[in-house]
Design a protein around this ligand. Structure first.
Ligand code: AMP
Length: 434
């Protein structure tokens, strides 16, 4: 097994290690140290202007906001205690005809058996089919595409994969999973996200990465500057398509897909299927097979309730009481605006809680660090805006607190989907004025 970096394509003969799939630590740290002055990222732009983030008064310093009316009863639901029949996968990981190194890495990661989306998607992708996966976050969809994709790349030296995701965080997480499953396979990669140095990304691209993961806006920046040549890519993955369209990436995505090699395999993952998503898929796929594991929605495992407050002092006191409760061991608190998130973070910090904040005005390095600290138990409370929190995959979040109500019910589901991940249970509490 290769233990040091070397590109599998010896023609390029590189030996620098920072962007190899089996050089996870190096790549990540390189990425983080490289984060330079920020350019606004589409996700951030969205936070200011889009229907969901835009109504969010972030850029208006907390002005009026058009929120969808959500009846309080929709915030109350017992976690479904009905034991769902445990899914019995048709395949064991060992049954998949993928490179042994990948299977070793899956085992090392501790995955014992495929999740439903993995069980049903991996064989199809290995057959070369285009696949549409209807799956919520937390169902294991990343491995569902990463495992067969990595196998394809190892098997076909002329193949290159491009993965698009709505947020920087999700893009980073996807790359991290590719590192994990592709360890020792010698596949070079590049992470193209906003808030990070274009210069260093250009350097990574000069090494001809086999895997590019990025957000559509930054991918487009590179395409426009001629630093990313899309016709060489023949494996495309679009993760969280519904979110990407919500965030206004439709034109970027269409543009990117139309420039990728026509002779390609395409995978689309989305939690919902709307006409505009269907249209996009129809236009850019070839006889796709749809796999749906939507039943088992993550929110079913979440015990949901409301907390009524009268006035801001009472609101803060109630939050404080909740947070000192023994069962509240890892919490994400959502608030409306960047300013509100900052204020709440400061207040909780002053009260002695171990807290960090993420929102669109934080640099990518700060956002990544906050998530790392949460994962490492250095903090146990993260205060966030909707946009910044998308794609956070921290498996042991016990509570999601909506300190302010979400803009839409869809946002609500997305927020509370941060808890009860990977089959665990979780609690979601929504603060409402009396
Ligand atoms: P994803 O939906 O890809 O974000 O995955 C959600 C979480 O489930 C991640 O923490 C994964 O590491 C975990 N996970 C994915 N597949 C499996 C599996 N087959 N067995 C155990 N955990 C898994």
């Amino acid at each position: 097994m290769q233990s040091s970096y070397s590109h599998s394509d010896s023609r390029r003969g590189s030996s620098s290690g920072h962007s190899s799939v089996h050089g996870a630590a190096g790549r990540t740290s390189a990425g983080h140290t490289s984060f330079g002055p920020r350019t606004p990222h589409p996700a951030q732009r969205h936070e200011r202007h889009s229907p969901q983030g835009g109504r969010n008064p972030a850029s208006r310093g907390g002005g009026a906001r058009a929120k969808q009316f959500i009846h309080p009863s929709r915030f109350i639901q017992e976690a479904k205690t009905v034991e769902k029949a445990e899914y019995v996968p048709v395949n064991a990981f060992e049954d998949f005809a993928v490179h042994k190194k990948i299977l070793d890495n899956v085992r090392l990661k501790g995955f014992l058996k495929p999740s439903p989306i993995q069980d049903q998607t991996i064989p199809l992708v290995l057959q070369g089919k285009d696949v549409v996966g209807i799956a919520n976050t937390g169902t294991g969809k990343t491995a569902a595409f990463a495992i067969p994709m990595l196998h394809d790349l190892i098997t076909n030296m002329d193949h290159r994969a491009i993965i698009m995701a709505p947020t920087r965080e999700l893009a980073e997480q996807i790359l991290q999973e590719c590192f994990t499953f592709g360890k020792g396979c010698g596949l070079r990669s590049a992470l193209l996200i906003g808030g990070a140095s274009m210069h260093l990304q250009k350097r990574d691209l000069r090494y001809n990465p086999r895997i590019v993961v990025g957000t559509p806006g930054r991918i487009q920046d590179h395409v426009r500057q001629g630093t990313l040549l899309l016709p060489f890519f023949n494996f495309a993955v679009l993760d969280e398509v519904d979110r990407m369209l919500d965030m206004g990436f439709i034109n970027d995505i269409g543009d990117i897909l139309s420039k990728i090699s026509k002779d390609r395999q395409s995978l689309f993952f989305s939690a919902t299927m709307e006409p505009k998503i269907e249209k996009l898929i129809q236009k850019f796929s070839r006889d796709p097979v749809t796999v749906s594991v939507k039943e088992g929605a993550t929110v079913d495992n979440v015990s949901q309730n409301v907390v009524y407050y009268s006035g801001s002092n009472d609101k803060m006191d109630k939050l404080h009481d909740l947070l000192i409760g023994a069962e509240c061991s890892k919490t994400i608190i959502f608030d409306d605006t960047k300013r509100a998130v900052e204020r709440l973070g400061r207040e909780l910090n002053a009260r002695g809680f171990k807290v960090d904040e993420i929102h669109g005005d934080k640099s990518q390095a700060q956002r990544s660090r906050a998530i790392k600290r949460l994962k490492a138990d250095e903090i146990n409370i993260l205060v966030a805006t909707d946009v910044a929190a998308r794609g956070i995959d921290v498996s042991d979040i016990t509570h999601v607190i909506n300190y302010s109500t979400p803009n839409t019910y869809d946002d609500y589901c997305h927020r509370i989907g941060r808890t009860a991940r990977a089959g665990k249970s979780g609690i979601a509490l929504t603060f409402l004025p009396r």
